[in-house]
Design a protein around this ligand. Structure first.
Ligand code: GAP
Length: 445
């Protein structure tokens, strides 16, 4: 059978239901009805996420001599957020409906739906907008006083700035160089929505590149190109990605220049990564608030300066959502059947190879094959249901290769390899199967 035509994702709901069904992503605390803005990643989801993060770390940190990594605490000294401007500025305008008591973002009122509590009209009775700070508060220790208040970090970059001097000296790095980290961030979003796109707990992969202000444009362009290349290599359809420079009126107070990398989600073009020229705002402010000198010396040791920062900031959850949406297709097959398939790039597919014995009687040699393949690939063993059903399950999981062990395999020591995208099948000798799959996965990676 061959795929005749493919229907791309138009409704997010279809992907949401596939993700729950196959154990990619589902509501957190689902048995209690879920908790708005929080999501759990199941067996396939965690593999996808880990592979995306590993690829980012490989490209941004390991393959470069001028970027080093760190892994900071989620909670920082509260003064950090005064210095970064978050205590004062990190808010969204919020309105309440006096009738139904629902809360909305004042700048996103287009699709809030009718009010359920007003007779004679379906319009909400909205309060004037007021600012709502998005930082999630917590308390440290047993004390109840205000001094114990702390915040879960709303972005991962702040500890990179507060750790800048220590990391630079320990890693013996000279300007220009970068510090990268991947980790959780928390925002008390007024309206979490569009699945994992806007949630209250999410992961960011951020890199802060410290340079002289004379070189800011060169490095800004460099990182825009590098980041776009990274995404293109992950298999996004060419017409599904674009860059969008920010207008002057959109720039954050500290930002001199910004470009968004956007994906065409089923709900429209939206950003999943930003490249920002943050100027010397961060290090200057942390110098001022901490009283520590964060300047560096240039070629002339007497001439000190505060480095300019070029930031790359990608949301891992949004990138995973974009990858899943990009990969999703419903295809008509010869004979009137259809299949749902995730054409995920082989380097991030949660399962690379599925081992499928044709009968449970073949369990021993099929498990031996699984053990052999496990050393080189992420492998899943499935002996439940007819072979057609098992192929469909692997298509939905996004598995690039299925290896079927059948009764002939016992005699001829060959297996059938079925490729996900073309559905072509080939007989391959078991003693050459690892090399064959490595080569095939390399070609698609
Ligand atoms: N340090 C800069 C910074 O945090 P941002 O544009 O606020 O910039 C960067 O966030 C990325 O983090 C976004 O492009 C997005 O992918 C992700 N992100 C931000 N808020 C998010 C949310 N509520 N849910 C999921 N991802 C989010």
């Amino acid at each position: 059978m061959t795929a005749a035509s493919g229907q791309r994702l138009t409704q997010l709901d279809e992907l949401v239901s596939l993700c729950a069904r196959r154990g990619y992503i589902f509501p957190s605390s689902e048995i209690y009805g879920g908790i708005n803005g929080f999501w759990d990643y199941g067996p396939l989801g965690v593999e996808l996420k880990n592979k995306v993060k590993a690829r980012w770390w490989q490209t941004v940190v390991r393959e470069r001599a001028d970027v080093v990594g760190m892994d900071s605490a989620i909670i920082s000294h509260p003064r950090t957020w005064d210095a970064s401007g978050h205590t004062e500025h990190f808010s969204d305008p919020m309105v309440d409906c006096r009738a139904c008591k629902k809360r909305f973002r004042a700048d996103q009122l287009d699709d809030i739906g009718p009010c359920s509590a007003r007779e004679g009209t379906s319009e909400h009775d909205l309060t004037p907008p007021r600012n709502f700070n998005l930082m999630l508060e917590t308390r440290i220790g047993a004390s109840e006083d205000a001094a114990a208040t702390a915040y879960l970090r709303p972005e991962t970059c702040a500890p990179i700035f507060t750790g800048f001097k220590r990391v630079r000296e320990a890693a013996r790095q000279k300007i220009p160089f970068g510090i990268a980290q991947i980790g959780k961030a928390f925002r008390n979003e007024i309206n979490p929505r569009n699945f994992t796109f806007r949630s209250r707990e999410f992961e960011q992969a951020e890199m802060e590149f410290f340079c002289h202000s004379d070189e800011r444009e060169k490095w800004f362009d460099h990182w825009c190109n590098e980041r776009m290349r990274f995404h293109q290599e992950l298999g996004f359809a060419p017409d599904s990605l674009r860059t969008r420079p920010h207008g002057r009126d959109e720039l954050a107070h500290y930002c001199k220049n910004a470009v968004d990398i956007e994906f065409r989600f089923p709900f429209g073009w939206q950003e999943f990564e930003g490249i920002h020229d943050r100027g010397d705002w961060d290090l200057s402010r942390h110098s001022e608030y901490s009283g520590k000198d964060l300047s560096v010396s240039g070629e002339d040791p007497k001439q000190r300066f505060v480095p300019t920062v070029i930031e790359t900031s990608v949301g891992i959850d949004r990138l995973c959502l974009a990858l899943l949406a990009n990969a999703y297709a419903v295809e008509e097959l010869d004979g009137g059947e259809s299949r749902t398939v995730l054409h995920l790039h082989a380097s991030v597919a949660p399962i690379q190879v599925a081992v499928l014995p044709l009968s449970k009687k073949l369990a021993d040699p099929a498990h031996a094959l699984e053990s052999q393949l496990c050393r080189s690939f992420s492998v899943f063993y499935d002996d439940a249901g007819n072979i057609g059903r098992r192929y469909r399950r692997q298509d939905e999981a996004g598995t690039p290769f299925c290896v079927t062990y059948d009764f002939d395999s016992v005699d001829d020591q060959q297996v059938t390899v079925r490729e996900r995208d073309t559905m072509k099948q080939e007989r391959i000798a078991i003693d050459g199967i690892t090399d064959y799959l490595e080569e095939q996965l390399e070609c698609t990676a």
